[in-house]
Design a protein around this ligand. Sequence first.
Ligand code: ATP
Ligand code: MG
Length: 793
Amino acid sequence: DSAPASPLLHNLNPEQLAAVTLPAGHALILAGAGSGKTRVLTTRIAWLLQTGQASPGGILAVTFTNKAAKEMVARLSAMLPVNVRGMWIGTFHGLCNRLLRAHHKLAGLPSTFQILDTQDQLSAVKRLCKQHGVDEERFPPKQLVWFIAGCKEEGMRPQDVPVRDQDTQKKVEIYQLYEQQCQREGVVDFGELMLRSYELLRDNDPVRAHYQRRFSHILVDEFQDTNRLQYAWLKQLAGDTEDGRLATHGSVIAVGDDDQSIYAFRGARVGNMQDFVREFGVKQTIKLEENYRSFSNILDCANALIAHNQGRLGKNLRTQQGPGEPVRIYEAATDLNEAQWLVDEIKSLVKNGEIERREIAVLYRSNAQSRVIESQLFNAGVPYRVYGGLRFFERAEIKHALAYLRLLENPHDDTSFMRVVNFPPRGIGARTLEQLQDAAREAGCSLHDAVSTLSGRAGANLTAFVARIDVLREGTQGANLRSIIGQVLEASGLVEHYRNDKEGADRLENLDELINAAESFVTQEGFGRDAVALPLDEQRAAPPLTQSPASQGLDASLPMAEAGELIDQDTGETLSPLAAFLTHAALEAGDNQAQAGQDAVQLMTVHASKGLEFDCVFIGGLEEGLFPHENAMSDHQGLEEERRLMYVAITRARKRLYISHSQTRLLHGQTRYNVRSRFFDELPEGALKWLTPQRSGFGSFAPFPGAARGYFTPAGGGFGHKSEVFASPPVPERKGGAAHGLRPGMAVFHNKFGEGKVLAIEGAGDDARAQVNFPRHGTKWLALAVAKLTVVE
Ligand code: ATP
Ligand code: MG
């Protein structure tokens, strides 16, 4: 085939083709789940590059998760030979971080600024509340964090917040103090990344003009879940307003599905879609109506369910695939039964060779549901993987290690200082720390700088701590990342501390894993590699920079496009590998950690499943109060968002879909007696197959012990009642690993180390240990009561 563009455009339907090859200009692609939105976006980027309409440096693409960004980059590199590293493809947070790194001075940030994750942010607010005597009963720190995040999402600094009452007044004061504290410490939270880079663009004409010219093509996936600030940020990049309309240089393609808007609770605004059409003068709205993901029984369920929502933008989904399997519905007596059924079903699907384990997803509304499912999978020896549990970078020992590393980069990071000043314990008490904080506040300096003002034994201990960090900083100059982390782990005393800790073995392994993570980060990001010059034709394709002022350092021709790295636009300095790694750790912590290629069942919340697809999907816990969630049931909007969530869940499935509910459920230490979810009544009977006898309406339960004792009283006709919650005698939990059934020679699977071979077994019962050789991690002794080992068939 001689036409260069054609292979890319194969396998697109006419609407998709039109979307991929739209002439420059703004456009909205509004389409339902599985209609190829993400595929269109990726193909368009490839097409723009291949036809020479854009250079890699001229493209900015926003995705919802780091994982999605990585996937997009991977697909692009598979489609055509281009320097993808130069492209700005990432999440809003990731891209904002790039902008702020490049222009930190203009943004009023130190070059070494660090990112606070949600945990750090909470502890920073708590620290501030203590210092300023804030009544934590009246102003719970968690709520303050929400308040601050909410203000930032609306683009409001403290002075912009409308103050209507005393409580708000107080919260605004705390917001202001918090800002000052962050500024002093050189740290930014996620909301600040966004707001600060928005302000950077808004307030600096040359910078804004530079990026407006540079990014001739802006593409946004999952547009329905953008918030007000993100939309405003996009507008800054797209062009300046004239007469209420944007006079823009390039084109913005927004892709979304109003039916999949599931982040309203975090400020997402579906209204951005209508605003976009109006403010950008969008003439092209493309609808994609062919679904390529699911068989029609599954699609019929999705369509019928979502039809119960009002005020939709309106679109249809059809598929040319046949009906496929019916959607199977199961009613369990208890959550334990539900999990047992689910595991049996999974085992037989895998055994029959129908479906690979990694193609099976178990989705739930709330994280608390996963425990019982996990323990059943574990007992049955089915490898599984939980997305978005306690993520690696959020574990305590990792956060301790990162805090030391951050202090090397920035001694004024008080959050990190407080985290490790007395960890491992070195005799620095709470009183001393209070004194130190007071001194720092009086002097208006960081804790690090206030240390010299304290005298006596307390002062000596603190001075020793600070000296230890300073010596480490000196001693690791010029060292590679691996050796820096190694030295820090030893010199901080963390390794010794966990070695002496009876339960420290796991933590030591995690610290080892931190070194591995750094190693693979260095390889992936290409630190230490020779810089590669761009091929000439790519340089020529770069958009001309007509009026960029040299004073801003913006005239070097697209330095960031070439390095694909975080470069200070004032000095040309790049981030140290350590600083880059710390940033990566902070940004990655808020995201799923998916390990591709591992053949394990995938467990995740419905929220986390957005954009993904699986051959087989189980959705559990379809009970009033759980799904729809009780917090959302009281108002119409909340209920509609729950329905969209269910729509997202259903549309993840390609071939098989199971939906289940349980009459009773142990949640937060209480047994709930449940009414089955109203969503069942919104599904088309013809697409369903009931695996258990179908009961009509609610309140007709199979007998269970609580009912026999009269615990349950139906609260009246119709739906919309919360599930009744009763205290109940604790249900004994099944303990994994009592009879482990392992023998030398068996192949086993470990969540962290992967597959390995059992070499020896020692001890019995709770003390049983196995020696296992893992090809990638070496030989380890594992306590079977603790280690999650499963037998591989
Ligand atoms: P979601 O709303 O869930 O994010 P989406 O609209 O982004 O879905 P994609 O993930 O891009 O949809 O596509 C869904 C599936 O359909 C993918 O497996 C994709 O490869 C496939 N697909 C899309 N378009 C076509 C096509 N024209 N021919 C064959 N397969 C297609
Ligand atoms: Mg998508």
